[in-house]
Design a protein around this ligand. Sequence first.
Ligand code: NAP
Length: 282
Amino acid sequence: MKIGIVGLGLIGGCLGLDFKAAGHTVYGVARREHTCEKALTAEAVDVASTRLATLNGCDVVFVCTPIATIVPMVSELAGVLSPEVIVTDVGSVKAALVEAATAQWPMFVGGHPMSGKSEAGIEAAETGLFQGNSYVITPVETATLKTDKGAITTLETLAKQLGSRLYHCSPEVHDRAVAWISHLPVMVSTSLIQSVINEPDNSVQQLAQALASSGFRDTSRVGGGNPELGLMMAQYNRKEVLRSLKRYQQEIALTIEQIEAEDWPAVRQKLEATKAVRSKFL
Ligand code: NAP
């Protein structure tokens, strides 16, 4: 297949590497010449250009730009692609995008490969990022819009070639679920890091830094990721991020109450319950 990728950053670069390895021809579009050169050097694309028209002969185009730019990018693509080209995106948020993009392009199908790293940009791209991870496909069906069945099947085939596990759900259900396991953890992790660096006693803070090991590395990892992405998760999945944060706030308030009251059986019960449930959940 001829596969187009718009946005040659971390996710675009990783898709390019894996699709090339699977035998597809990959056409990449970046907004800067310099990014095109880096993508060619990294062998993430066969052809790189700053012009969207380069993608005209492609069978499928993946939009891998930041969340805020996805719908405007689909609209720009609509001006250059032939009507049969399938367009999909990789945005971490779906409800704010999928209907709007489908209205621009009837052959649009929303998708979200659930894989990532702390680093951003083509320099961080690597092969096999999607292997064994989930790929969520989010079709829509409204009075006026319906995701094309053939487009879904093609995206399923490509996602399987990445080694991903497929899931299908509505954009709204996607956003509610990822708020819990992706967007809330980012917000919690940033608050954790901020609280630690706000320690007023400098010597205590320095010692904490020296002692920080695997536990802090695990719990702070997602808070140290791409700030632009975290911001757009909050902006574009605001309702579900707030819902999960408020529920989390209640849990924290309960823990404070229990420790203040020295209610150790309650603290123990919660620790035991989460230990038992975590391994099953994962
Ligand atoms: P990234 O590494 O920062 O790459 C974004 C790319 O988009 C860059 O190559 C950048 O070009 C380009 N770009 C930025 N603004 C643009 C604009 N206005 N018009 C055209 N191109 C623009 O980010 P990423 O992590 O790959 O994220 C890309 C998408 O993947 C996002 O929609 C995100 O929600 C989704 N996603 C991310 C993850 C993750 O964990 N990182 C996981 C799953 C899905 P330049 O090189 O010229 O700056």
